[in-house]
Write a protein that binds this ligand. Structure first.
Ligand SMILES: *Cc1c(COP(=O)(O)O)cnc(C)c1O
Length: 365
């Protein structure tokens, strides 16, 4: 029996997601202590989780024998208050990856297409290919979303445009006004998925609130995550905001208990912890300033960053990545994103950032 002959041909075309290397892998492979290794590879929060989320989990542990609330009422209530949408405009996800996949599984199939940028988040092509739809990759402009080109790439069979702002892995940003104008110009029978994973890190001058646009554009889907600024990547929780009709369709495909109980109580608490988000933004801004200056001083090119990471160009990126690993610093190679001469480093604590730069100097020496 050859299982390869049993799957649709598009399953063979999927390039599996390459996650950041876990600390435990590096410790095992290089014989190091986990405590001596820092991971700046997955844009995780160096401050850890919101303490309010941790306290909420401690209170909820006694309920673990029960199924979670499949409707996610308590968490949705917090989201509704925060974003000014109705309960039936919210869908919860096992990470925002789940939201992106639900979009694909609900709206895409063989014979349809999805549009996204070159150097965009790997999950867009993955989710598209996994349901047999065609991915249309549009050349980037200055490593980021080229809105005019994305619009021009929309075809008659296009159902979805995926758009991350800020973008990962390149960290580029497009002004909120331009994004809104884009939403206005996309044909109304094409969904626009605005992936706002790094929204909380935008400075007040760049920050924008897209939730009110839902009233204007019924084809909009906003995706948010608790994995980055809220520090809950290990729990897997995110959510989508859209029209009630879109949410109802996605709910048909959603697993009944797709978000676990601890993730929901932690997310509800974290969303209320504005102080934690403020501190995270401040620490991140300081880290970005430090790292940008350090790259500039060394003549290392980098893409102006808007998230909680910086993408920089380096000769022999693979060798530098491996040298950093041997020094206990995990960063992210992004050759798989069409950027073989670049590495991506997540902003850490001040001490982690300093250690990364010292290790980079060592790697380049
Ligand atoms: C990190 C990230 C996400 C978040 O994924 P989760 O499944 O919520 O952890 C989504 N989109 C982009 C662009 C990201 O970088």
């Amino acid at each position: 029996m050859n299982p390869n002959t049993l799957v649709p041909e598009y399953i063979h075309r999927i390039a599996p997601y390459q996650p950041g290397k876990p600390i435990s892998d590096v410790a095992r492979e290089l014989g190091m202590h986990e405590a001596d290794i820092i991971k700046l590879a997955s844009n995780e929060n160096p401050l850890g989780p919101s303490p309010k989320a941790v306290a909420a989990i401690e209170r909820a542990i006694a309920d673990l024998a029960l199924y979670p609330d499949g409707g996610g009422f308590a968490l949705k209530e917090v989201i509704v208050r925060r974003f000014g949408v109705a309960m039936d405009q919210v869908i919860l996800g096992n990470g925002s990856n789940d939201i992106l996949e639900l979009v694909a599984r609900t709206f895409l199939c063989p014979g349809t297409s999805a549009v996204y940028s070159q150097h965009a988040f790997a999950v867009y092509p993955l989710a598209t290919t996994a349901v047999g739809a065609t991915g249309i990759e549009v050349p980037a402009r200055d490593y980021g979303n080229d809105l005019d080109a994305l619009l021009a790439a929309v075809r008659a069979d296009t159902r979805v445009v995926f758009l991350a702002n800020p973008n990962n892995p390149t960290g580029t940003f497009v002004d909120g006004d331009a994004i809104k104008d884009f939403a206005r110009r996309v044909p109304e029978n094409v969904l626009v998925v605005m992936d706002e994973a790094y929204m909380e890190y935008l400075s007040p001058e760049h920050a924008y609130d897209s939730a009110p646009w839902l009233a204007e554009f019924p084809n909009l889907i906003i995706s948010r995550t608790l994995s980055k600024a809220y520090g809950l990547a290990g729990l897997r929780v995110g959510f989508g905001l859209a029209s009630k009709d879109i949410v109802a369709l996605m709910n048909r495909v959603r697993q009944p208990f797709n978000v676990n109980h601890l993730a929901m109580v932690a997310a509800a608490a974290a969303l209320e912890d504005t102080e934690f988000i403020e501190r995270g933004r401040r620490v991140n801004a300081e880290g970005l300033a430090y790292l940008s200056a350090a790259f500039a001083q060394r003549g290392i090119a980098y893409i102006p960053p808007f998230g909680n990471f910086i993408t920089f160009r380096i000769n022999n990126a693979k060798a530098v990545f491996e040298s950093l690993l041997r020094q206990g610093v995990i960063v992210r190679p992004i050759a798989g994103y069409g950027l073989p001469d670049w590495l991506r480093v997540s902003v850490g604590t001040a001490a982690q950032n300093t250690r990364f730069i010292a290790s980079l100097d060592q790697a380049l020496a």
